[in-house]
Design a protein around this ligand. Sequence first.
Ligand SMILES: Cc1ncc(COP(=O)(O)O)c(C=O)c1O
Length: 415
Amino acid sequence: MPFDLEAVRAQFPALAITDDGQRRIYFDNPAGTQVPASVAAAVSDCLLTSSANLGGNFPTSQRADDIVASARSAMADFLNAPSHDEIVFGQNMTTITLHLSRSIGRLFQPGDEIILSRMDHDANVWPWVLLARDLELEVKWLEFDAATFEFDLATLDELITDRTRLICVGGASNLTGTLNDVTTICEKARAAGALSYIDAVQSVPHVETDVQAIGCDFLVCSPYKFFGPHQGVLWGRREVLEQLEPYKVRPAYSSIPWCFETGTQSHEGLAGITAAIDYFAWIGQSMGGKQARPEALRAAMALMFEYEKALASHLISGLQATGGVVVQGITAPDALDRRVPTVSFTHSTLAPDAIAESLVEENIYVWSGHNYAVEVARTLGVLETGGVVRVGPVHYNSIAEIDEFLEALGRIVAV
Ligand SMILES: Cc1ncc(COP(=O)(O)O)c(C=O)c1O
């Protein structure tokens, strides 16, 4: 069965909300997606029936234990992690990264080198720059080509030395939408004896993620970007996690993954994470013909990626046909496998904020600015000029919505 957009949209109550009879078009998804009713129900059920702390011998506490265990298993399936106890939960990706970077830094000596990328969101840049300042590490930068919007990985070889200890890079750019070859990057890190830390926040909602195939040491993502609640998740390779000294209080568990989770977690958020993963599995089961959750998840991601590629193609060609618009990302029709459908653009005369504000008047939601991709905006030369307009469809958006957006944009730029 092909991808069934109507069945998908029916899962998301927010897609049916109107304002004074006018539909809403959500293209702000890279900053946070809408959630299926099943996710909200799981969050609510947790709060209403299982509100207790962990480890007690009474039913609400036992249910809370089950909720945490189920969320770890769900995330392990989603990321193809070898074990559920390599899954660490936290408030969001930024908090997890700031926290774990302290423990990771304990492995390094002054003068060691770390490689950061100019294509990353600041959450995978600045925690490491701060660490480097504290520990007197040297930071080296993996640049991307502002014309192709991609890395030339030969330049990574030039940056790696026998002092390289860590390479941090994103799965997909939250500004240009470029999908990076993280498998090759992690291979190069391993060959150099360095650790790899992958920010998969923007790739996980769009492509299958297999931490074993990627060969990374750490991978982080944010469930609120993939139809779940506001949470962060880290997968860490067991051998590396076990080497790290956790920053924790004395009574907290010393074993992984608990030792990296500070205080009491949002159990309701974890219940919502399981429901979000099960939502993907539902797509794979009902439209991909697979039953077991791991296979259903893979089928779902493949179906969604193909569908989203059609959305990206339509959006990009429409933008290219709009006067004064420059797409800040990969546009070649035969290169759409190397990007997610997040498409950013600038205009020759109109400021990104002004365009985004005009779109709100038509009930079309997009983001403008640098979107925390500070180094990306600087490399593209748009940091001082208001950044970009970012249009981020996902699998619940339609070609018709893209057409409505393009028509609205046409009217805005014609004024
Ligand atoms: C690529 C990328 N990394 C990290 C983050 C930060 O995520 P969080 O809000 O979970 O800290 C974002 C948020 O937009 C992002 O797009």
